[in-house]
Design a protein around this ligand. Structure first.
Ligand code: GN1
Ligand code: MG
Length: 390
């Protein structure tokens, strides 16, 4: 963790019962105490697959003395989120708002929205001795997370969940939200940042990814398609999630129904097309985001069809005709933008996304560009499919 030996995923790294050799988990232990668990906690394990924050599950004994995960502790990445207090203000505001709706509708408060807890001293997060922020939320019991669509029904469920989320937050006061990452999905700005990274080429890696750089540069005009419509007032800003990957939803472990949207760090005013598009980028692929064998990576138009159906079933009434028409572009642009971000990070020496090996970001960029290319080839069909569900 902070120092000491590298910890394997799933391995216990902090335990109130035994000392773990070679692992310096002091900040984690301090966080466990700051949220009031102290000796109640049996142990803590790394948890989840996020690329940004450090996430741990906190285990405690149940009535039968079996250790079960009850809380999730997360160290917020301050390199990415410069103002953790603003991130947490957004999250507390949105989760309380969602919980009120669920309460009124008689839903399951423990499982349909996240619930964050404050520190013993009433703060929304704990700052450790190194100045790193930690936050804590309840673990959602009997839930699972999918890294890839295993059955099409799961993707349909995720479309319902994200469509529902957009609707639920339809009247949320957008002006009260902080912009936690400025211009997060401003694809034109992302392209500028990309070109900057390419020009500086601080790691001398540009020579290793010439075709990928060319792929981005030849799509300069595409980057502005949605931003232009926003500037011209043709597309409205809504409260959006901005990171709508399949693995940012919890599913019910028994029924596999969409249960709860997670990863709320980037809730900000944004375009509906981007939320729709990011789901397609991640979920309508036949392979994982970092599949090294490109022969396995394809855009699955049937999955696109299924997601479009579910999303519009939920959100059709609240979206304007121009917004609905913009959805296929959202898929293309979120995929291009994400690939651009991976490639820029590769060129900058992997300073943003967590990586497991030196070419990891390049491998990720390649899968995204493969998907973009196939979406471009099938763009007419994507638009035809959309029409079926209007
Ligand atoms: C990051 O944290 P995670 O893994 O849910 C990133 C998204 C990218 C995604 C790519 C704050 O999301 O924007 O689309 O990786 N989040 C941030 O997998 O940059
Ligand atoms: Mg996530």
């Amino acid at each position: 963790i902070e120092s000491g030996r590298k910890v394997e995923a799933g391995e216990v790294i902090f335990s109130t019962r035994r000392k773990i050799e070679g692992v310096d988990s002091r900040s984690l232990e301090d966080a466990v105490y700051a949220f009031g668990f102290g000796p109640l906690c049996s142990y803590v394990k790394p948890f989840g697959e996020g690329h940004i924050n450090e996430t741990y599950a906190v285990y405690m004994p149940d009535q039968n003395g079996n250790d079960v995960p009850l809380y999730v502790l997360q160290r917020i990445n301050v390199n990415v989120f410069k103002n953790p207090d603003q991130v947490m203000d957004n999250i507390f505001g949105v989760t309380e708002y969602l919980r009120n709706i669920i309460r009124q509708e008689g839903g399951d408060l423990d499982r349909e929205a996240l619930s964050y807890i404050k520190t013993k001293s009433g703060e929304t997060y704990f700052e450790d001795d190194n100045g790193q922020p930690w936050r804590c939320l309840h673990y959602v019991a009997n839930s699972i997370c999918h890294q890839q669509v295993e059955r099409p029904e799961q993707f349909y469920q995720s479309a319902l969940s994200f469509g529902h989320f957009l609707k639920q937050l339809g009247d949320y006061p957008a002006e009260s939200l902080y912009e936690t990452i400025p211009q997060f999905h401003d694809t034109v700005k992302r392209l500028r940042d990309f070109k900057d990274a390419q020009r500086k080429d601080v790691k001398n890696r540009a020579r290793k990814c010439k075709p990928e750089i060319e792929f981005v540069l030849s799509r300069e005009d595409d980057c502005g398609v949605l931003m232009k419509q926003l500037e011209e007032g043709k597309l409205p800003l809504r409260v959006t999630h901005n990171d709508t990957k399949l693995n940012n939803i919890l599913f019910d472990a028994d029924t596999d129904e969409g249960l709860c949207i997670i990863d709320l760090d980037t809730i900000m005013p944004g375009l509906a097309a981007n939320d729709f598009g990011d789901s397609i980028r991640f979920g309508a692929s036949t392979a994982e985001e970092d599949e090294p064998d490109l022969d396995k990576v394809h855009f699955d138009i049937n999955l696109y069809d299924i997601y479009t159906k579910g999303y519009l079933e939920m959100a059709k009434d609240v979206l304007t005709p121009a917004e609905i028409a913009s959805l296929p572009w959202g898929a293309r642009l979120m995929t291009l933008e994400c690939g651009m971000r991976f490639l820029a990070d590769y060129l900058q020496g992997d300073v943003y996304f967590k990586t497991a090996y030196p070419e990891h970001n390049l491998v990720r960029a390649r899968t995204q560009f493969r998907l973009v290319k196939e979406m471009e080839e099938q763009f007419d069909q994507m638009n035809e499919i959309l029409k079926k569900y209007i």
